[in-house]
Ligand binder design. Structure first.
Ligand code: GRF
Length: 197
């Protein structure tokens, strides 16, 4: 059984897409061993609990010392004994020690076609605001391995999404989630769970 940890910070719609893909059989021989959030108020934690999945909060508010926080985060992942770590809207910088320990076993979903609109400061609605400001006609989402950089690891999957006249950042964000993110992340997990290229 391929075991995954899903790390979250917010609403958890990408987590829900993974849960639903496992339930529907789009992802096979895989289980979510733990959901880890840095934010005690993340609705993603509610989604995990409703699905009967072990949910852990390693709160950045409660552990102010960065080194202590990093150690606690790594310990939470280690304890779950997983094959893959999935960042699904996780907004805390992954400790370098964890990237080394889980080399090529951490993936992230980013809401643009990397290398556009990514890197430091490009997260959430900011990504879509930048895409609309640039006037691109196509945006999308990317699943990539996590390395020491920000959104710089090897790309696994991408999916393009049309930008429509009059799109607001919120409307574009939702379309990219529905048409790209919620499809790509389960697809990438299924590929990695079965060592498909
Ligand atoms: C998504 O837009 C994802 O691309 C980005 O953070 C957001 C997380 O949303 N990394 P959710 O918590 O999965 O709903």
């Amino acid at each position: 059984m391929f075991r995954i940890a899903v790390m979250v910070s917010g609403g958890g719609t990408n987590l829900q897409a993974i849960i639903d893909a496992i339930d529907s059989g789009k992802i096979t021989d895989t289980e979510i061993a733990v959901v880890i959030s840095n934010n005690a108020d993340a609705y993603a934690l509610e989604r995990a609990k409703k699905a009967g999945i072990n949910a852990v909060c390693v709160s950045r508010k409660e552990i102010s010392d960065r080194d202590a926080y990093n150690k606690a985060l790594i310990a939470a992942v280690d304890e779950a004994n997983v094959d893959l770590v999935v960042l699904a809207g996780f907004l805390v910088v992954i400790p370098e020690e964890m990237i080394q320990k889980y080399r090529n076993r951490i993936i992230n979903i980013h809401p643009s076609l990397i290398p556009s609109f990514c890197g430091t400061g490009y997260y959430g609605l900011k990504v879509h605001e930048a895409a609309l400001a640039r006037g691109v006609k196509v945006s999308g989402a990317t699943v990539h391995f996590v390395d020491e950089g920000t959104d710089t690891g090897p790309i696994i999957l991408q999916k393009a999404v049309e930008v429509k006249d009059g799109d607001t950042p919120e409307v574009l964000q939702r379309r990219i989630m529905e048409e790209a993110e919620w499809k790509l992340l389960p697809q990438a997990i299924q590929m990695l769970a079965h060592k498909e290229s």
